[in-house]
Design a binder for this molecule. Structure first.
Ligand SMILES: [Zn+2]
Length: 150
């Protein structure tokens, strides 16, 4: 893999992890590390063997609302904690929201195939600085003064 691609992916992964962490810490009482785990979860598709094909490709099934709902329901069924479910919704939802704005987009209507996207450079320098600034601002926000999604 070329250096530019490695740096791009590192930045994208760090952004998804930070945004997920900040959202979970800012709006739930769940362990904010869940935001890192579930903020990165959709990109587990990078580990799928290339020979498998659709929908087990990058931006395939793990980048769909169907996958997100399945994970949220599965997590809630396992732990029965609303704060954990809220954390999973925020982290997974943030990943899908960010990626859906990118030129490649996501499959909102899976299993139907769509190719619509606003085509924004959400993992480019400007959007990355914006997402990191908002996330760090959220982390600096007074934790004790805010309502949570209990
Ligand atoms: Zn992704």
């Amino acid at each position: 893999m070329e250096l530019g691609r490695i740096l791009f992916l590192t930045g994208a992964f760090a952004t998804h992890a930070l945004v997920g962490y900040a959202l979970v810490r800012g709006f739930t009482d769940a362990d904010p590390r869940l935001g890192v785990v579930f903020g990165l979860l959709p990109d587990v598709d990078f580990l799928f063997p290339a020979a498998v094909g659709w929908p087990f490709v990058h931006r395939g099934i793990t980048h769909t609302p169907l996958f997100a709902v399945t994970v949220v329901v599965g997590c809630y069924a396992l732990v029965r904690e609303r704060a954990v479910a809220a954390a999973v919704v925020l982290a997974l939802g943030s990943h899908l929201a960010i990626d859906s704005l990118s030129p490649k987009g996501i499959e909102w209507l899976f299993p139907l195939r769509t190719d619509w996207s606003p085509g924004l450079a959400v993992h480019g320098p400007t959007a990355t600085v914006l997402l990191w600034t908002v996330s760090i601002g959220l982390l600096l926000w007074r934790v004790d003064a805010r309502p949570s999604l209990r």
